[in-house]
Design a protein around this ligand. Sequence first.
Ligand code: SF4
Ligand code: SF4
Length: 258
Amino acid sequence: MEMDRRKFLKLFGASALVGMLGGWEAVELLAPGEAEARYLAKVEALRAERWAMVIDTKKLDAETAQRCIAACHYMHNVPDIEDPKREIKWIWLEEFEHAFTGQNQDHIADRVQGIPFLVLCNHCNNPPCVRVCPTKATWKREDGIVMMDQHRCIGCRFCMAACPYGSRSFNWMDPRPFIKKGYPEYPTREKGVVEKCNFCAERLAKGLMPACVETSKGALIFGDLADSQSTVRKALREHYTLRRKPYLGTNPQVYYVV
Ligand code: SF4
Ligand code: SF4
């Protein structure tokens, strides 16, 4: 007798799940949603009251910095567009005088003058980009990460004008043809929307550190600023650090050991 489609799918679904969960004792988990809940519970997201990053410029060599950029841009499908007027960047290198405009001193150490600084969105505590967005396409999460929803972005670029760090890029054209090697776990964007670093929110949700931090061989530290025992707090206790343009009142949350 021919098995009807519904019965077949039911049987197939049960066998597949039993196989995945490793035995017939799993059959009782077939209640709707229970198997998914059990699976998701195994994924331990990284959480913080206030995420922050410390970049130790004494530990970061040029090659590692380039690897951090490559890892970030690969894992977020950032297109490789050479025209500087149309380029998209989430993390990149700047010289001291551009990264720390207005913070120059007459007699600054040669080492600091000469090195390129890794710069990215500062996930400011008081982000002007969020205040000006008319559609709430950009917002600050409770843990301090300044997010971006490309589906709500209408491309007005107010946020770009408001950000004093140039941390946001606008897609002047379809970025997809410029993605060298696609990364299937992160969505691509389209023409007419703004994008920027998201402190790897999608990786934190999976219990993973940001891609640049993982690639940095210890030069980039990421952790909870509200936790006095965290690695970022320890680094801030032990080293003198700079932040970009703190005089603007944005309260940036990326710190540089110089
Ligand atoms: S660095 Fe710019 S884009 Fe990032 S939160 Fe601050 S103002 Fe917004
Ligand atoms: S935190 Fe993630 S998104 Fe931000 S620069 Fe690092 S790798 Fe890129």
